[in-house]
Design a protein around this ligand. Structure first.
Ligand SMILES: Cc1ncc(COP(=O)(O)O)c(C=O)c1O
Length: 471
């Protein structure tokens, strides 16, 4: 057994006296199973020893400042250690850190809920959870139970968009469509119908943004019509499919789904976990379509990445279907220990106030232009990007081989190798397969955005050069 003394070995790096990096990493790899990773990859790429983070940067033990280009899994919308959110969390911790949410309340959660209820009328009831996947499960469960309790017991099936991602629990894996994440668990997953592949576009004003192609809609409509009587809800990531490759589709598809769902008494369940709270350039991506879904799920940017926290919103009409005497058995008896985790509530409230004051939604188009300029620069300097696209605080493009104009064989893991290069150069990019994307904190300054583009171009060029040299 490793000596516990090891934990007390310290080394001085600049002004920091911290645990020796080599030994810390050895201990990490001995005990930690990192998420979404093939652990064998860590043989060549050790975990970064982070000692602090601030704004859009992660700071490492060996004194490097690394741009957090994907906002630490898409949640740090206001960057690291935002002083006002920290103050709000500290103020909350001075009062209490966590209390059971059944039968209790407090000022912060009431104010937050009031504000959340203004985002998407008529969705004015808020059910809290502690992670995004659970908030989607909550919406699915509520939809099913609603139909059960309103005389439509036949409405038991769900449908989701092709290429979607909704989380890692078994039910949300079933709702999602990423083979890479679901394959080993198929035997456990309930049936969840999927639409045919979607037609994508590159963002506002691009071809295909205004109108979803009629023939493509007809195919979806036909499939929906065939199951309309038994369908409870349709689950989707509105406008941007994140994990599926930052793909953008026309808001017109959502308008059509809304119309169809209204006719057939089917719920629309909008998973705004990545797109919501400003990431897409609005509080909700559904706003681009001018529709209100029946359920909306928020997480990630909701607390600006300060706490595991999520919320599912629904209407009073849905809520009323659960409201009855106790022995009617109609209550929604879902609970998670950290439902309404108070520091998360405080962080979410502070986040909303900062968004309003600093006008992050209003300024999103200007920010997007800068992100897209950066992506265009990478494309020009490498000749290796196509399908440049973006919306709000996100820009993406697909990597191709500049010599053939075709995608690389996925087995070459070009995106992953580009990620390794970029980390060496000072940016944490983490492409999705061979899709490169920028999803930084909304308050990232211009100099950092320029540096990010420079690093991404250099990293991609280095990667392609190594490929050409056969290494
Ligand atoms: C669209 C979407 N839905 C759901 C989730 C799952 O959220 P969590 O990781 O908090 O469970 C994610 C996470 O990336 C997401 O992007």
């Amino acid at each position: 057994m490793m000596s516990p003394d090891l934990l007390y070995k310290r080394k001085t790096y600049g002004s920091n006296t911290i645990m020796d990096s080599k030994e810390l990493i050895a201990l990490d790899l001995k005990h930690i199973w990192h998420p979404c990773s093939q652990m064998k990859d860590y043989e060549d790429f050790e975990p970064l020893h982070i000692t602090s983070a601030s704004g859009s940067y992660l700071h490492t033990a060996d004194g490097r400042d690394i741009i957090d280009a994907i906002s630490s899994w898409w949640c740090k919308s206001l960057g690291h250690r935002h002083p006002e959110i920290r103050q709000a969390v500290n103020d909350q911790l001075d009062k209490f850190e966590h209390i059971i949410m059944a039968n209790t309340t407090h000022e912060t959660i009431v104010e937050l809920s009031y504000r959340l209820a203004q985002i998407c009328p008529p969705l004015d009831k808020v059910f809290y959870a502690d992670n995004g996947s659970t908030s989607v499960e909550i919406a699915i469960k509520m939809s099913l139970q609603y139909h059960h309790q309103t005389g439509h017991r036949e409405k038991t099936r769900f449908m989701a968009l092709h290429n979607g991602y909704h989380g890692e629990s078994i039910l949300t894996l079933a709702a999602g469509d990423c083979e890479l994440y679901t394959k080993p668990y198929k035997t456990l997953m309930p049936e969840f119908l999927k639409t045919p592949p979607l037609v994508y576009c590159n963002g506002i004003g691009s071809e295909g943004w205004e109108k979803y192609p009629e023939d493509a809609w007809k195919t979806i409509e036909k499939q929906l019509n065939e199951m309309s009587d038994t369908l409870s809800g349709i689950v989707f990531e509105p406008i941007i499919q994140g994990s599926g490759g930052m793909k953008i589709y026309s808001p017109d598809l959502l308008r059509r789904l809304r119309q169809w769902a209204d006719k057939h008494d089917v719920h629309l369940i909008a998973d705004e976990i990545m797109t919501g709270f400003g990431r897409c350039g609005k509080m909700m991506a559904c706003e681009y379509a001018g529709i209100a879904p029946d359920f909306v799920c928020f997480s990630k940017s909701m607390t600006a990445g300060w706490a595991p926290m999520a919320a599912t919103l629904c209407s009073t009409e849905v809520y009323n279907a659960f409201y009855d005497d106790y022995f009617s058995g109609k209550a929604f008896l879902h609970s998670n220990t950290y439902t309404g985790y108070a520091p998360g509530v405080a962080a979410a409230l502070a986040t909303m106030k900062i968004y309003e004051r600093d006008k992050f939604i209003e300024n999103a188009p200007a920010f997007n232009r800068k992100l897209m300029d950066g992506m265009r620069r990478v494309a020009q300097e490498t000749g290796a990007l196509v399908n440049l696209r973006g919306l709000g605080h996100m820009a993406a493009a697909d990597i191709i081989n500049p010599d053939t104009g075709k995608p690389f064989d996925y087995k070459l893991r070009i995106g992953y190798k580009c990620y390794l290069e970029a980390v060496k150069l000072g940016a944490l990019l983490r492409p999705l397969g061979d899709t490169l994307y920028f999803l930084p904190p909304f308050n990232t300054d211009d100099a950092t955005l320029e540096k990010l583009a420079e690093i991404a171009a250099q990293a991609l060029n280095n990667t392609i050069e190594s490929y050409k040299q056969g290494s």
